[in-house]
Design a protein around this ligand. Structure first.
Ligand code: SAH
Length: 372
């Protein structure tokens, strides 16, 4: 085991390598699009942010719902069990998690899955994960269930019904930023000024301009518009993967219902928002999710879509308040306050309850998932 001081030095070395790599790329090939910058900073095979660390928790850069309270995973577990039952309780099914972090959500789902006869015998756990560090943690948490890892959707089996979940996954996929300048949309890019990363714009390629919806063909000078073509093609691949079988799932993330102008590209370092072009490779880079666009992708292939609805309302409908009361009844006094705080963070409208949203999808026309 490396000491903390040595680990910190390694992490600093990786950060410097990533920064030099990106700067060399820009010096050689010109400015990078926001998406290219995000992709390399997060997922470069050696130096990328996700490849080199566990970013989660108090000692990391951000905390996610499953890490806040077991209540979250238990509710998602109840949701998955209900979907499995509505699918006719198939004797074998794929449970795919996209971006499983430390494996906490999946572990909580499978822990509550014990209550439903046949569920644990039927489940086959598949994990879509790029980070070797997080894969090792997932292995520790989930080894009882023999998970299978995937770098991409192409290798996920297509011969069994599938239930898909993803918490704070879509926000990590690269975006495009456009900026309205003197009557035209330009593409925002990241270049160099005196050896520091600097924002700029360039002419937007026709294929990007064609993605701008009719209602946003013009805007105010300086407005920024974010598009997520990589997210949409990911969902297209997911639908292709699930199309020959019953496939139902949900994604939870922060975002908005309808596309609007604004800059949501953000970097979190040690729980503080920082400028995304500083501390590159040392901060989590994300952008808010356009749930309207996600809805359209599923509907365009005649899949059912549910929500997006607020995370608070979704969890309350699934019974999180009753579950918290039950846990509190069995808890020591010192734990009661933690349970209460976890519940409040997950559901309160001014905490995660409204900003975080849940969108469900299914290619089974009779299926009505709970919570919407
Ligand atoms: N769902 C977890 C972690 C969210 S962080 C939780 O709620 O705690 C984002 C996760 O997605 C990490 O596990 C990260 O390694 C993974 N990830 C990011 N980009 C990815 C990609 N392109 N393909 C697969 N996994 C990815």
């Amino acid at each position: 085991m490396l000491s903390n001081a040595v680990q910190a030095k390694f992490s600093l070395a990786e950060f410097l390598m990533l920064e030099s790599f990106l700067k060399a790329q820009i010096a050689r090939h010109g400015p990078l699009s926001v998406g290219e910058f995000m992709q390399v900073a997060l997922s470069h095979s050696q130096y990328g942010y996700y490849m080199t660390r566990d970013p989660l928790g108090v000692r990391g850069d951000f905390t996610t719902a499953p890490e806040i309270s077991q209540l979250f995973g238990e509710m998602i577990g109840a949701w998955v069990m209900d979907v499995w039952s509505q699918m006719g309780a198939p004797s074998r099914f794929t449970l795919l998690e996209c971006g499983p972090g430390r494996g906490t959500l999946m572990a909580d789902i499978l822990r509550v899955g014990r209550v439903l006869p046949g569920f644990l015998d039927a489940v086959q756990v598949h994990l879509l994960e790029v980070s070797p560090v997080l894969r090792a943690m997932q292995q520790d948490h989930l080894e009882l269930y023999h998970p299978v890892w995937h770098e991409a959707l192409e290798t996920v089996p297509r011969d069994a019904p599938m239930i898909v979940i993803g918490n704070e996954f879509l926000d990590a996929l690269p975006i495009v930023q456009l900026q309205y300048i003197d009557g035209v949309w330009k593409e925002r890019v990241i270049g160099l000024a005196e050896d520091a990363f600097a924002w700029g714009v360039r002419d937007a390629a026709p294929h990007l301009l064609s993605l701008v919806p009719q209602a946003k063909k013009s805007a105010k000078h300086g407005d920024i518009l974010e598009l997520g073509p990589a997210r949409l093609s990911f969902l297209e691949n997911l639908m292709a993967c699930g199309k020959d079988q019953n496939c139902t799932g949900l994604f939870i993330d922060y975002g908005y219902h309808e596309l609007r102008c604004g800059d949501t590209f953000q970097a979190l370092h040690q729980h503080q928002f920082i400028d995304p072009i500083t501390k590159v490779g040392e901060a989590d880079l994300t952008a808010h999710v356009d749930f309207g666009a996600i809805r359209n992708v599923f509907e365009s292939r005649d899949w059912q879509v549910f929500g997006a609805t607020g995370q608070g309302s979704f969890l309350v409908q699934l019974g999180i308040v009753q579950r918290a009361e039950k846990l509190q009844a069995q808890a020591e006094d010192s734990q009661k306050e933690d349970i209460n705080q976890g519940l409040n963070r997950l559901v309160n409208q001014d905490q995660m309850g409204a900003l975080f949203k849940v969108i469900g999808f299914s290619n089974v026309s009779s299926l009505k998932p709970a919570g919407f």
